[in-house]
Design a protein around this ligand. Structure first.
Ligand SMILES: Cc1cc2nc3c(=O)[nH]c(=O)nc-3n(C[C@H](O)[C@H](O)[C@H](O)COP(=O)(O)OP(=O)(O)OC[C@H]3O[C@@H](n4cnc5c(N)ncnc54)[C@H](O)[C@@H]3O)c2cc1C
Length: 412
């Protein structure tokens, strides 16, 4: 009979981070089970790669601050680029909301965030239509990361520290005995274990149910259009977000392992920078991603890209900037993935009434950026009973039963 002390189900960025943080803290017998033949086929490989501290709730802001520091000093190339996040408002009420958030963000230690007027917005994004914009907020340290590089960095370190990963190993059920974890049943057989960490992203609900746990995570498709301009886009575009509609755009990047750097030999490029950063200096300034949360989507595990989304998102682009509208869709690079939404759009982190069963789920679209803080929190909870670097108790699963939901509307 196969055995492991701690089984992590799901080898996306979150499972990889949990494995990394556990093994960094001395856990020896950690096994990641991934149903696919490689990592990154879930939501992690579909993400836009944004990271920001501009949130509304204390917990999201604090998790982001921790994660931003981590990305800046992690010791592996995670593609972090502090290009900034610009939120803009189109009503006074929205602008007031952004201003209130900036005050809170600063109080909590986000030093590089500021309220901006339309003149500044036009300077940050030359060519943007500011006709209906009332103001915004800009966080200079927010920016971009490479989701697959983050996942790979965590995995490599975890494996170096002694963790193991098994592919093509779908977990079918989580087994318990006398109120505690006893094993997981996989397609390849049973694995006895003392602890299970559920990191299966949008696919968490069914597995949790096998252990008798109700997990309020709803999968919902999110689509991204990748487009190419025949002229250069404005230089140094940050992530730009309409807080009212969720419409957003950013310069496009290729992500992932083994990507060939097309400009490695181009004159004037800084070879000390990562391939991701280098790519920003050439072709990709003509390529842009745009998206918005389509209100026509309903809960499902559908991940096919729907052509009709292109027309919808271009309607929004048309209003916002010519440089967005006058582009050609790069159809083969458009993609669809899954958000893993909870009722209050905050993650579920921690244990439950079954001893040895832990969750890192329901990131509601922020799982890559919050993976460092989540992995650390979970590792401390598993090994020491609670997270001491940051109090994450407000993210426990029982908040739903207790009616202690959080409130955040700065999600996209
Ligand atoms: C279009 C889009 C844009 C996004 N943009 C951002 C962004 O800018 N910033 C950000 O922070 N987040 C973003 N997200 C959200 C982010 O991608 C997710 O929150 C994050 O990837 C979740 O990571 P995960 O490891 O929990 O899940 P996943 O990456 O989905 O990994 C779960 C893994 O579990 C495996 N698995 C599932 N079931 C089983 C089973 N039964 N047995 C074994 N293995 C199993 C899957 O194969 C998968 O590899 C975006 C998401 C989408 C779809």
């Amino acid at each position: 009979m196969k055995k492991a002390e701690i089984v992590i189900i799901g080898g996306g960025v979150v499972g990889a981070s949990v494995a990394y943080h556990l093994t960094e803290r001395g856990a020896k017998d950690v096994l990641i089970l991934e149903r696919e033949n490689e990592q990154g086929k879930g939501s992690t490989g579909k993400a836009t790669g944004g990271v920001r501290a501009q949130f509304e709730t204390d917990i999201n802001i604090k998790m982001s601050l921790y994660s931003l520091d981590f990305f800046n000093n992690c010791g592996f190339d995670c593609g972090y680029e502090p290009r900034g996040y610009l939120f803009f408002a189109t009503t006074d009420k929205q602008f007031d909301y952004l201003k209130t958030n900036v005050v809170k963000q600063r109080e909590l230690g986000v030093q590089d965030v500021e309220v901006v007027d339309t003149e500044t917005i036009s300077r940050i994004v030359p060519g943007i239509n500011c006709e209906d914009i009332t103001g915004g907020s800009f966080g200079a340290r927010d920016g971009f990361i490479d989701p697959l590089a983050v996942m790979d960095g965590f995995t490599a370190k975890a494996l170096e520290n002694g963790a193991q990963i098994e592919f093509d190993t779908q977990v079918l059920s989580i087994e318990t005995a006398s109120g505690r974890i006893s094993a997981v049943e996989t397609y390849k057989g049973r694995i006895e274990c003392e602890k299970v960490v559920l990191c299966t992203g949008a696919w968490a609900t069914q597995l949790a149910k096998t252990a008798g746990i109700d997990m309020p995570v709803e999968a919902m498709r999110r689509q991204i259009v990748w487009a190419r301009s025949s002229a250069d886009l404005p230089a140094n575009l940050p992530m730009v977000i309409d807080i009212g509609t969720g419409f957003h755009f950013r310069p496009a990047r290729e992500f992932g392992r083994g990507i060939k750097n097309p400009v490695a030999t181009a004159p004037g490029t800084d070879r000390s920078k990562s391939p991701v950063a280098l790519a920003a200096g050439t072709d990709s300034v003509r390529e842009v991603l745009f998206a918005y949360p389509d209100p026509d989507e309903t809960a499902s595990l559908e991940t096919n890209f729907d052509e009709a989304f292109i027309g919808k998102v271009y309607e929004k682009a048309k209003h916002r900037a010519r440089f967005l509208y006058e582009t050609e869709v790069v159809r083969e690079k458009c993609r669809a993935g899954l958000y893993e939404n909870t009722p209050d759009h905050h993650a579920i982190l921690g244990g439950c009434e079954i001893e040895g069963l832990y969750f890192a789920n329901g990131f509601s679209g922020h799982g890559v950026m919050h993976s460092p803080a989540s992995g650390r929190a979970l590792s401390e909870i598993i090994l020491n009973g609670k997270a001491s670097f940051l109090d994450v108790s407000c993210l426990s699963l029982d908040r739903f039963a207790k009616g202690e939901l959080l409130h955040e509307t700065a999600f996209i």
